[in-house]
Design a protein around this ligand. Structure first.
Ligand code: ZN
Length: 240
């Protein structure tokens, strides 16, 4: 399935709404609790997602003006921002998130068809058209809404978004560390193949589960996907 700009902007808006509503309900004690990401509190997650909106707004500015404005000045700046964010009061993080999301949405509204086609560089130094920016943002808001650990699960995410995310991760992962893996959702059409990274052809292992479980597995999050025989799915290296 190929995703359109309209799809990506819809996913971005829906995911942003969920994330902003979720954070608005966190009091200071809840903000201090660990997220589902190793070593990060919920404050670190929200600081990272707010900073990501600012960073992607830099790319929108780049597309709008032609003046190169990278997402982050450096990887160090990105890390320091998350660390400092982890020490801010929760209320301020909620406000930063809301304002950064609004600014990003407005900046995108101002792009015309020509500017959407302009090329920008992602934080991984990948040259992409500006139309990829809403997709990059969709991934951030939805996956980190789950990472907050407030009860949002992959099963609550739109099925067409999950399918697009599986497509994206499979295309970007180098392959499976051991045997190739065939991924077969039990509740949605489509299947994916992660070839063996060693390039060896041969039998693949089938991993099955709901589309949400398959997505969580591919994204390196807690999941309930298993092999077709019910054994634990093979471990995958980190994604992104
Ligand atoms: Zn992120």
């Amino acid at each position: 399935m190929s995703r359109s700009l309209a799809d990506a902007r819809r996913w971005m808006r829906e995911g942003t709404e969920l994330l902003v509503q979720t954070t608005a309900r966190l009091d200071e004690a809840a903000y201090e609790e660990p997220s589902r990401l190793p070593a990060w509190s919920r404050k670190h997650v929200v600081a990272h997602v707010a900073a990501n909106a600012d960073a992607l707004a830099n790319l929108v500015h780049w597309a709008a003006t032609g003046t190169p404005t990278p997402m982050y000045a450096s990887p160090e700046e990105r890390a320091v921002g998350i660390e400092e964010g982890g020490r801010q009061p929760g209320g301020r993080l909620t406000e930063w998130l809301r304002l950064s999301c609004d600014a990003l949405e407005k900046a995108m509204d101002a792009l015309d068809e020509d500017r959407w086609a302009a090329r920008v560089l992602t934080a991984q130094a990948r040259a992409v058209p500006a139309t990829e920016i809403p997709w990059l943002r969709s991934r951030e808001v939805w996956v980190h809404a789950v990472d907050l650990g407030t009860g949002v699960r992959f099963g609550a995410l739109p099925a067409d978004f999950l399918t697009a995310l599986c497509d994206d991760i499979v295309a970007r992962r180098g392959g499976a560390p051991g045997q190739g893996i065939t991924l077969e959702p039990t509740d949605a059409p489509g299947r994916w193949l992660l070839p063996s990274a060693s390039g060896e052809p041969g039998e693949t292992i089938t991993v099955t589960g709901s589309l949400a479980e398959i997505t969580a597995y591919l994204a390196g999050r807690d999941h309930g996907a298993t092999t077709a025989g019910g054994a634990a799915a093979p471990a995958l290296p980190a994604w992104l």
